[in-house]
Design a binder for this molecule. Structure first.
Ligand code: PEP
Ligand code: MN
Length: 337
């Protein structure tokens, strides 16, 4: 349920009203729109009588939220959410560009990539230290050593770190070491993990599950937000379809859809979607044109010998030229890189 409060309502009236609502056992999510104040009710609203609520003279209207996601719903929060990560705002005019290797492999590798992407205008360094590989015999990541190497790269370049968390027992370490915790596609519906990271206040990059609908994707965001962490960034990374030519099918329609349904920022990862390095440039351009709030791009200095996802990683030089053309497209749609 959403209660729209008229502009100019006195703060003490809102406070008294909120108390009445809370006594009925619901949690309130209050957000200021451009004109109206929006009070979103979360939880069991059966004891709240909409007619009684409408009787308050400062209530403009009462609406029912049909969707199962509440805190992630744009009705609860009409303005776009902007997430501040060490002064980098995600969801604002400037696009977030997260670039780096699939896996952190060595100090030399991560430093070389970090320096070059920084020069080209990337705003975050990405790199996996704990890797969710399809085969248990494939490289599983450097673990905590990988996180230490990312910290060295951050120290030198100032780029905040994005890295994937796979298990609850590593949450404390990730809160300490990384700036954005990535939840990978395979863990999008690991509800226990989502609830636990929801108890932190770290920005979370939530990747869309391989076969998840948009509603399931938003429900996973809701799991994190229901625990109090509203710093959620959504990431489309391709979904499974009947098509086998590409690794996955990039669903660009998710951007306008999510912009309509939710206030959360949404970024696009064309690397995992296509699975082929030569498609990354065109898909990135399309992502910026369609209104994404940023990109996640796999960049490797030696893709042929990469320990994971070399086939979809672009070289630093290619990243540099791509960033130049993305600036033009961003400008054309009122954004900045
Ligand atoms: C990754 O970002 O390297 C990764 C494993 O992504 P996804 O969860 O989208 O497959
Ligand atoms: Mn990868």
């Amino acid at each position: 349920m959403i209660i729209v409060v008229k502009p100019g309502t006195r703060a003490e009236d809102i406070a008294k009203f909120s108390k009445v609502l809370e006594e009925k056992g619901v949690n309130l999510h209050i957000s200021q729109g451009t004109e109206y104040l929006i009070i979103g009710l979360v939880g069991d609203t059966s004891k709240v009588d909409p007619r009684q609520v409408e009787a308050y003279e400062f209530v403009e209207k009462v609406m029912h939220v049909q969707e199962p996601y509440k805190k992630a719903n744009r009705m609860f929060h009409p303005l776009n959410s902007e997430i501040d990560v060490l002064g980098n705002i995600i969801g604002g005019k400037k696009l977030a560009v997260m670039a780096g290797p699939c896996s952190v492999e060595s100090e030399e590798q991560i430093l070389e990539i970090a320096r070059s992407i920084k020069k080209s205008g990337a705003t975050f360094i990405r790199g996996g230290a704990f890797k969710p590989r399809t085969s248990p015999y494939s490289f599983q990541g450097l673990g905590t050593e990988g996180l230490d190497l990312l910290k060295i790269a951050k120290q030198e370049t100032g780029l905040p770190i994005v890295s994937e968390l796979m298990s609850v027992d590593m949450i404390e370490q990730f809160v300490e070491d990384v700036d954005i915790i990535q939840i990978g596609a395979r863990n999008m519906q690991n509800f226990h993990l989502l609830k636990e990271i929801g108890k932190t206040r770290k920005p979370i990059l939530l990747k869309r599950g391989l076969s998840s609908t948009i509603e399931e994707f938003l429900m996973s965001a809701e799991y994190i937000m229901s625990e109090g962490n509203e710093n959620v960034i959504l990431c489309e990374r391709g979904i499974r379809t009947f098509e086998t030519y590409t690794r996955n099918t990039l669903d660009l329609s998710v951007v306008p859809a999510i912009k309509k349904l939710s206030h959360l920022p949404v970024i696009i990862d064309p690397s995992h979607a296509a699975g082929m390095w030569w498609m990354v440039d065109s898909l990135s351009k399309a992502a910026v044109a369609v209104g994404a709030d940023g990109l996640m791009i796999e960049v490797h200095n030696d893709p042929v010998n990469a320990l994971s996802d070399g086939q979809q990683s672009i070289k630093p030089k290619k990243f540099e030229t791509m960033m130049e053309s993305l600036k033009i497209i961003a400008g054309a749609v009122g954004r900045e890189i």
